[in-house]
Design a protein around this ligand. Structure first.
Ligand SMILES: NC(=O)c1ccc[n+]([C@@H]2O[C@H](COP(=O)([O-])OP(=O)(O)OC[C@H]3O[C@@H](n4cnc5c(N)ncnc54)[C@H](O)[C@@H]3O)[C@@H](O)[C@H]2O)c1
Length: 299
């Protein structure tokens, strides 16, 4: 089974969807980028163009690759239209179980029978998603990391029914995108987020309980753990709503209170402070300012 020469459909044109579309298009695939919001589709093409400019300025790509990458991407607001000729669908819509189940029902009904249906979910059960389709053996997790054009890892998650040749195809495809695939099994949070999210949650609890401020937490994590960025900045980068959804999946999935989200995280999401994408989280973000500024609330 291969996906050479066919269309790749990416559902969801947010933070991850635009990065996934960028990487496939840059490696010569024809991409159908699908979103319910046309505004989001326009924003995504803008972000891809800016990110290609950054790669161009660093001589990672040539002007010619920039042009072909952009011309390889077509946008759609109708899901059925966008997936009907695809060999692979990568779903990267909002991290919400019901929403993803609905998308998979629609994609299953509209995509060709031999099309692989992959999800970029950070935590939702691949087996549960696969179960709403008529092809559970062709459903798999293809979990890219943010920012997709830069990060090498693809965490591949086998659902209960995923066929070996589907896994092998996704492994080969990840390598074709110049990524490093790593195959794991389907339990809540898989590996990346099962380990990362409790750490982020604990950093938020430390701030909430007044053990230390944002600055002290980042300094200790960078110097002691040699992390390139602190956990609170990483949470802003991922999106605080995404972090909360993943913690909820871990909490419900394992039934263990150790995964319960910190009340401060719950409040920040309720207040619309989602991190970079909303302009404020633990840090404050203003267009054109590259300095890292701690949000007034925590400074
Ligand atoms: N943000 C991260 O760092 C990160 C990293 C790895 C994986 N993920 C996962 O990737 C997925 C997307 O996350 P994101 O951060 O890009 O979210 P996002 O909020 O930036 O984007 C989600 C997009 O999905 C679109 N959408 C919602 N419903 C839709 C539908 N029915 N059909 C088509 N499009 C729809 C929204 O309009 C939006 O553009 C989630 O499953 C998330 O867990 C996120």
């Amino acid at each position: 089974m291969t996906v050479n020469g066919g269309f790749i459909s990416v559902i969801g044109a947010g933070t991850m969807g635009n990065g996934i579309a960028h990487v496939f298009a840059q490696h010569g695939f024809s991409v159908h980028l699908i979103d319910v919001s046309t505004e989001q589709l326009n924003k995504a093409i803008n972000s891809i163009s800016k990110n290609l400019d950054r790669q161009l300025s660093k001589a990672v790509i040539t002007e010619e690759i920039k042009i072909t990458t952009l011309s390889n991407i077509k946008t759609f607001s109708d899901l059925a239209e966008g997936v009907k000729q695809s060999q692979l669908v990568v779903e990267a819509a909002t991290e919400n179980t019901e929403l993803k189940l609905n998308i998979f029902r629609q994609a299953d009904a509209a995509a060709p029978l031999n099309c692989i249906l992959a999800t970029n979910t950070s935590s939702i059960s691949i087996t549960k998603i696969a179960a709403v389709t008529k092809r559970p053996e062709s459903v798999i997790g293809m979990h890219f990391m943010n920012p997709v054009p830069v990060m090498k890892l693809v965490e591949i998650i086998n659902g209960y029914s995923t066929k070996k040749d589907v896994t092998d195809t996704i492994i080969a495809l990840s390598k074709q995108l110049d990524k490093i695939p790593c195959v794991v099994n389907d339990l809540p949070g898989f590996i990346a987020n099962r380990i990362l999210m409790p750490m982020i949650n604990e950093a938020i609890y430390s701030l909430y309980e007044g053990v230390a401020g944002v600055e002290e937490i980042v300094t200790i994590m960078k110097l002691r753990m040699v992390h390139p960025m602190g956990p609170l900045q990483l949470a802003d980068f991922i999106g605080l709503d995404v972090c909360l959804s993943i913690l909820n999946v871990l909490h419900q999935g394992f039934g263990n209170p150790k995964y319960a989200a910190c009340p401060l995280l719950i409040n920040m999401v309720a207040a619309g402070k989602l991190g970079i994408k909303s302009g404020e989280g633990f840090y404050a973000y203003t267009a054109g300012n590259k300095d890292l500024v701690i949000s007034k609330r925590f400074s």
